[in-house]
Design a protein around this ligand. Structure first.
Ligand code: COA
Length: 365
């Protein structure tokens, strides 16, 4: 088995890996939303050669949520975004950033239509594409906009409709992924106040792009009717190798971030990793020397929701009162690209969000 490239401290002395100074982005709103349709392991087992026991044992996943036909990433993003704005007590932002692997269309980006539907016309709006690391990359991008004085307030939404790119007959991937959206609002503040997001570690390894990909539909392999195989149209993943890279990269990135923040693993009250699968989370937590009760996980109820997974896990934990003001929180993600990233913050006093599956109100049209 080939060894992984080195995973020492980030090789790039970019602003993304340096401590914040002066103006910082401060978390002031949080929310999540998953569509009402629940797809249980039993339901998948009726169609695929798999079982609830196999799925739970290998991934820790018990169910996932899928959008209804006709619903797209922006529909979920609007719902999560609306809730996050309400949580922040604001109806204006200067920028809307949508982290997604499943935009509504190849062109244009999904963020502008989300902004328009939220009544945020005129705000800067763009997508971030970093697969399951998208939320952490988006957080760094939003923090950069605020630190540079380009924006006072940013709405960042992680939203993915994996059901639109997974081959429903591919039992290896169909069991893992679900749909959902999570959102945060960031405002300008100071680096030493609770909620300030600051110490980031970001990285990538494009030499392994084939490990997680949708082969066709871009400029490399164009989609012409009748020319693209079913396999190339859908999401593919080399599960075992991804597992190994995910554990190594997430643990290294988490360590780098703790070092940048001048913290130790024992300072972490809540480790909130990308919810890839429970075995990956356990392995990373163990590698870092963190007890599992410090590891936030909602993967059992939503599966792997890509760029939505960290804000959904945060929303779930905040709604249940698990994460409280003053707690130290470490976010770590890994995804296609390959990409990885982490961020450390102290939890601020926020309006308590509702649980992502509480529908409360109709999906915005
Ligand atoms: N049900 C039953 N059997 C399944 C199955 C399923 N849903 N999916 C695969 N299998 C079978 C395989 O066909 C294979 O059978 P074989 O030994 O007869 O060939 C066997 O299980 C082992 O397959 P393998 O892919 O090696 O299993 P695994 O133990 O690596 O588990 C994953 C598969 C996908 C669960 C695991 O690799 C994984 O979790 N990878 C990381 C995925 C992930 O989280 N990605 C997100 C990162 S952002």
């Amino acid at each position: 088995m080939p060894s992984l490239p080195p995973t020492g401290p980030s090789a790039f002395p970019s602003p993304a890996s340096s401590a914040p100074q002066g103006r910082a982005a401060v978390l002031c709103g949080l929310a999540g939303w998953v569509p009402p349709r629940v797809v249980t392991n039993e339901e998948l087992s009726r169609r695929l050669d798999t079982s609830d026991t196999w799925i739970r044992t290998r991934t820790g996943i018990g169910q996932r949520h899928f959008v209804e036909p006709g619903q797209a990433t922006s529909d979920m993003a609007v719902e999560a975004g609306r809730r996050a704005l309400r949580s922040a007590g604001t109806d204006t932002v200067d920028a809307v950033v949508v982290a997604t692997t499943t935009p509504d269309r190849p062109c244009p980006a999904t963020a502008p239509v989300v902004a328009a539907r939220l009544g945020l016309d005129g705000a800067a709006a763009f997508d971030v594409s970093a697969v399951c690391t998208g939320f952490v990359y988006g957080l760094a991008s939003a923090a950069g906009l605020i630190a540079a004085g380009v924006a006072e307030r940013v709405l960042l939404i992680g939203a993915d409709t994996y059901s639109s790119i997974i081959d429903p007959d591919d039992r290896s991937n169909a069991i893992i992924f679900g749909d959902g959206a999570g959102a945060v609002v960031l405002r300008a503040g100071s680096p030493d106040e609770p909620g300030a997001v600051g110490h980031f570690d970001l990285g990538s390894d494009g030499s392994n792009e084939e490990m997680i990909m949708v082969a066709a539909g871009g400029s490399r392999q164009r989609t012409s009717p009748g020319e693209v195989s079913r396999e190339d149209r859908h999401f593919s993943m080399r599960g075992r190798e991804v597992f190994r890279h995910a554990v190594t990269r997430m643990a290294a990135s988490a360590r780098n971030t703790l070092a940048l923040a001048d913290r130790k693993a024992e300072d972490v009250d809540h480790f909130v990793p990308h919810q890839a699968n429970l075995r990956i989370l356990r392995s990373v937590a163990e590698d870092l020397g963190l007890p599992m009760d410090h590891c936030v996980s909602n993967v059992e109820s939503v599966g792997n929701t890509g760029a939505a997974s960290i804000p959904l896990a945060l929303t779930d934990a905040a709604a249940r009162g698990t994460i409280r003001p003053g707690d130290n929180v470490l976010l770590t993600a890994f995804g296609g690209g390959l990409t990885w990233g982490s961020c450390f913050l102290t939890w601020p006093a926020l309006a308590q969000p509702g649980l992502p599956h509480d529908q409360g109100e109709e999906l915005a049209s």
